[in-house]
Design a protein around this ligand. Structure first.
Ligand SMILES: C[S@@+](CC[C@H](N)C(=O)[O-])C[C@H]1O[C@@H](n2cnc3c(N)ncnc32)[C@H](O)[C@@H]1O
Length: 304
């Protein structure tokens, strides 16, 4: 049912309601948690619809052939690894694709045998449940705030932030032109343009934006897309420009983990930790009775 039809039905119900119960019904419509729950489900449905749209524009691994470094890096992993984008493909969609023989969760240890081992999956986006956790449980009320997603790729953080938060502006900065085009198309199609903007640039050219942002999101931005020396340069840039008192940084994985591997790899000078970590309560997000590993990789920091 479309908007006009639904609206007319609601008006008809209001007309038929006993006059003594009318105020009670309107109050319920305005304030009840039953209606809020419906809204949350509706937001999730919009995100699923965006994912479905985007799947039709991308190869199954959601990596463009121009992303040579990301492709090379998966080939040198110790365990056979495939790109499966968690925003585009939730568990049920992966199961259906496996049943259709289009995707596999395992690989053959000896050709032709039934001996198999699980494949490593790498996602380059947050999943829809992770976005909900991020905006409902990790970040505070974002009314009036500027949120910047460093390396916005498909735009998952921007759409999640639009639907799940009151942020005044959500800006994505993405170095790949192909992904900028996909995001721009989606922002226009879904009517997000009043609060969402996508910039085609290297984050290191965006000093003023980083200096002004209230929340910076860095989900595994550099590891698969830049050489270690360039990653160090980018982290120096972030640490020098992200200094607004009280501003918050969300990272996956922790800053310590990202920098430790880099500094060991190239013997780079230590980047001082200029932020304070804010402990998170991961147990508010249970899948069954366990917190998923992906959720535990989310870390929050504040500029003191
Ligand atoms: C793992 S994806 C993050 C996706 C998204 N932020 C999310 O959480 O769903 C990292 C993205 O960062 C982009 N990227 C890497 N280095 C960048 C840089 N220096 N400036 C802007 N974007 C960059 C890559 O092209 C890639 O699309």
């Amino acid at each position: 049912m479309h908007f006009d039809e639904a609206k007319n039905e609601i008006l008809q119900i209001l007309r038929r309601t006993e006059s003594r119960d009318l105020a009670k019904l309107i109050d319920w419509l305005k304030h009840s948690g039953d209606v809020d729950d419906y809204l949350v489900d509706n937001q999730r449905a919009v995100l699923h619809s965006i994912a479905e749209d985007l799947r039709s524009y991308l190869p199954l691994d959601a990596v463009f052939p121009s992303e040579t470094l990301a492709i090379q890096k998966t080939h040198v992993n110790a365990k056979p690894t495939v790109h499966v984008d968690a925003f585009l493909y939730d568990e049920d969609t992966v199961d259906s694709l496996c049943e259709e023989g289009k995707m596999s969760r395992s690989y053959c240890l000896r050709c032709g045998s039934h001996e198999t081992a699980p494949l490593e999956f790498i996602s380059h986006s947050f999943s829809i449940p992770e976005l909900q956790f991020l905006f409902h449980h990790v970040l505070p009320d974002l009314t009036g705030k500027l949120v910047v997603d460093v390396g916005s790729r498909l735009g998952a953080v921007l759409y999640g932030g639009f639907l799940y938060s009151a942020a005044a502006q959500l800006v994505g900065v993405e170095i790949s032109e192909e992904f900028v085009k996909l995001q721009t198309m989606t922002v226009e199609k879904y009517g997000f343009s009043d609060r969402v903007q996508v910039i085609h640039a290297d984050i290191c050219s965006q000093a003023a934006l980083v200096q002004n942002s209230d929340v910076l999101i860095m989900n595994n931005v550099f590891e698969y897309f830049m050489e270690p020396e360039d990653q160090i340069r980018a982290w120096h840039f972030i640490s020098q420009n992200f200094r607004k008192k009280g501003a918050m940084l969300v990272t996956v994985p922790s800053i310590q983990e990202s920098l430790k591997l880099l500094q060991e790899a190239i013997g780079a000078s230590a980047i001082s930790y200029w932020l304070e970590e804010v402990p998170l309560n991961y147990s508010v997000y249970l899948q069954g009775d366990a917190v998923s590993d992906a959720i535990k990789q989310i870390h929050l920091y504040m500029v003191p």
